[in-house]
Write a protein that binds this ligand. Structure first.
Ligand code: SF4
Length: 418
């Protein structure tokens, strides 16, 4: 039997694509292995969102080529955002690949494998949290973002196919399913929008946790907090990249909302009957961002109890974007300013974790055991957010009641209760 090793870089959306690629290999009779040395073929699923991600992908390519050249007959497939972004680049160097395919392009892979059967996702790794992709691409065209160039405009997957994939995932033992897409709040089908979909999934699989990722602020479904209150298995977690709050910066970013709109929404999160945990992403050092704009951002981030996790990124001047074509490096904050703004956001983030620690310490929470040593709770997404460290070894793949003994930033030490 031929064997394949899938190496995935980047975000959960890429992980969902790798699951689908793995499904194609399985359907074609390939074995999925966890190590390149056991493999006949490597599929490298790359990221190219910003320059550091491109560099990481290029390093992985160099290593994979070295692996290929060590033994005759080895094959190499390049997939994901890097070939998606540079599809028109004719500078060469691609002849070492046996196939080059864009993000999530399972049709090209199936052709390559000469397998005509349809395949659901299979686990790339043995884990209890899995991702379910509900759409591909994005139609928002934010001025700084390369995703629409790489993945195209948003195309929603249909309701039945999503339900079928959810069934595959639960059959494979998923205890938590992360619903992903570039703009999940906009998903719709003839049966209804995102709230209908999430509620249907939660009712069909009452023992599985569902977590919704990447909700664009302008497309947040108002009824979502009520759904969370109604379904215990929809996580009280809102992943909403706001990017900024100053109207000047938001307008330049092409984000169609205002500070007032965000404040109204976050006020309602704080007043919600269920305690909500919000994760957000912000960009520091956007072209034209003044000290006053940045102060507004800091004030906003400091004002809300629901905010739990802030990821801050520096602005990257990415070729092909609208902001790049404006060609105004003069109004870009300098590197020292950007660094000190990132540190300012880091300070707010630390303060927020201390406030949450006061609320959580001593409380009993449910924890999904990802391994024998650690897991994650309902307020934190696996991999990207806080980790719960057990005070003893447990059986992985179960949801356990634990008392939070102590918090260190995003980490919690928890006492396992039986
Ligand atoms: S909504 Fe997100 S993925 Fe879409 S263009 Fe804006 S930043 Fe990019």
């Amino acid at each position: 039997m031929s064997s394949v090793f899938l190496l995935t870089l980047g975000c959960p959306k890429n992980e969902a694509d790798s699951d689908s690629f793995a499904g194609c290999f399985s359907a074609a009779g390939w074995e999925i292995v966890d190590n390149s040395e056991k493999a006949d073929l490597i599929l490298l699923n790359t990221c190219a969102f910003i320059q550091p991600a491109v560099e990481e992908s290029l390093e992985a390519i160099a290593e994979a080529m070295e692996w290929k050249n060590c033994k005759t007959g080895r094959k190499l497939i390049l997939a994901g955002c890097l070939p998606g972004r540079y599809r028109n680049d004719n500078s060469g160097g691609l002849e070492d690949f046996d196939l080059i395919t864009g993000p999530g392009d399972t049709a090209a892979l199936r052709d390559y494998l000469s397998a005509s059967v349809s395949a659901g996702p299979v686990p790339v790794e043995s884990i209890y949290h899995r991702y379910l992709k509900i759409s591909e691409g994005c139609s928002n065209n934010c001025s700084f973002c390369t995703i629409p160039l790489i993945r195209g405009s948003r195309v929603d997957r249909n309701f039945e196919n999503i339900l079928m994939d959810a069934e595959h995932l639960t059959e494979q033992g998923a205890l938590e399913i992360g619903i992903v897409g570039q703009d999940t709040g906009s998903w719709k089908s003839s049966r209804g929008g995102i709230s209908h979909l999430v509620s249907r999934l939660a009712s069909t699989y009452p023992d599985v946790w569902f977590r919704l990722y990447y909700i664009h602020p302008a497309h947040f479904p108002d009824e979502f907090p009520d759904l969370i209150e109604k379904h215990h298995n929809i996580m009280p977690y809102i992943d909403m990249p706001i990017q900024h709050v100053s109207n000047n910066v938001l307008e330049r970013m092409g984000r169609p909302y205002t500070e007032k709109y965000l404040r109204n929404m976050f006020d309602s999160f704080d007043k919600s009957n269920t305690e909500l945990s919000v994760r957000t992403t912000v960009i520091a050092g956007y072209p034209g961002e003044t000290d006053a704009d940045f102060d507004m951002l800091i004030d906003f981030l400091s004002d809300y109890d629901c905010l739990r996790t802030i990821s801050a990124f520096p602005y990257w001047h990415e070729e092909g974007t609208e902001e790049y074509s404006r060609n105004t490096p003069a109004d870009m904050p300098g590197p020292n300013t950007v660094q000190s703004r990132l540190m300012g956001i880091g300070d707010v983030s630390d303060r927020i974790y201390s406030v949450w620690a006061e609320k959580i310490e001593g409380k009993v929470i449910e924890v999904l055991a990802d391994t024998a040593e650690h897991g994650h709770g309902r307020l934190d997404a696996p991999v990207v957010d806080g980790v719960c460290i057990f005070d003893r070894i447990v059986e992985p793949g179960q949801i356990i009641n634990c008392r939070v003994s102590e918090c260190f930033g995003s980490e919690m030490i928890v006492e396992v209760l039986r």
